[in-house]
Design a protein around this ligand. Structure first.
Ligand SMILES: C[S@@+](CC[C@H](N)C(=O)[O-])C[C@H]1O[C@@H](n2cnc3c(N)ncnc32)[C@H](O)[C@@H]1O
Length: 268
């Protein structure tokens, strides 16, 4: 497990003994320091403790504060993508995965979880999506956000529910699991420069792990996947070649593409 040395846990400005006790417990479980909020602003705490993220525990939600921005779970673009799929449109990630109802997916870079939500919509109740995230604050907030998530749209709520988020580095996790544990293994590494400057992604960019995907992880992913390993990158990226992709799926003018390696003999 990756431990954020400089992270903190605190409470909202309004807190009860119960919230403090919950925050202390979370800090203990995450191996992160708990700090009493008192009347301090989050910016003050950030400066005083020179942190790289403060997990804030309040009555009704968890979020991470970092450099003036709040990171919390929301399905982001997943809502539009699911609407598109419902209307019979193609989704490039889903096509690259050749994903079907009932499949299992290991998302090795779950981040905010938008891709995981779209995959979970497609695999449905008979399938399973598991997400790995190396940053313990991101993993915590996304896992709890998924548990608490409710939306007037039953379809969206169901697409979010049931995704399992594990705080783990995929480089270690992949080595530990048996051959053919998942139908599809997926990687979406951080781009140094954002392709779309979506406001929802900005706090994530400040917290995230920027290490490139290593070839050993892709080799392990090929052992672990029954059908496909899929990697998201810029359309013109050399990474597809470096990591051994045999094909890519991309929209005509899209700056993003999905490279894939078909590992199963029968790819249906
Ligand atoms: C581009 S974001 C993923 C966005 C995600 N696909 C979505 O739809 O929200 C990449 C995420 O992977 C995480 N990450 C990077 N390297 C990792 C690793 N070795 N193991 C687990 N997570 C990793 C980063 O911290 C970041 O949160």
């Amino acid at each position: 497990m990756i431990i954020l040395v400089k992270a903190l846990v605190t409470t909202s400005l309004k807190y009860t003994a119960e919230i403090v006790s919950m925050a202390r417990k979370i800090a203990y479980n995450l191996n992160i320091q708990f700090v009493h909020r008192g009347n301090f602003s989050l910016a003050d705490l950030e400066e005083k403790f020179d942190t790289s993220g403060i997990l804030v525990v309040s009555k009704d939600r968890f979020y991470v504060y970092i450099q003036g921005e709040d990171f919390f779970f929301h399905p982001g673009m997943a809502k539009m993508r699911i609407k598109g799929l419902k209307n019979g449109n193609n989704d490039q990630m889903i096509s690259a995965m050749n994903l079907k109802s009932g499949d299992s997916v290991l998302d090795c870079t779950v981040g905010l979880g938008s891709d995981a939500v779209v995959a979970n919509y497609v695999v449905g109740n008979d399938g399973k999506v598991t997400g790995l995230e190396s940053n313990s604050l991101i993993a915590y907030v996304v896992r709890e956000g998924i548990k608490e998530y409710e939306n007037p749209s039953f379809t969206l709520t169901m697409a979010v529910k049931g995704i399992e988020v594990i705080n783990a580095d995929h480089r270690l996790f992949l080595k530990e699991i048996p051959d053919k544990s998942f139908d599809v293994v997926y990687f979406d590494p951080m781009f140094r420069e954002p392709v779309y400057k979506s406001s929802g992604m900005m706090p994530l960019r400040k917290l995230a792990n920027y290490d490139p995907i290593d070839i050993n992880s892709v080799n392990e992913a090929c052992r672990v996947a029954k059908k496909r390993v899929v990697i998201k990158e810029r359309s013109n990226s050399d990474e597809f070649h470096r990591l051994g992709c045999i094909g890519t799926v991309a929209g005509k003018k899209s700056p993003i593409a999905y490279g894939y390696i078909a590992v199963g003999g029968d790819d249906n």
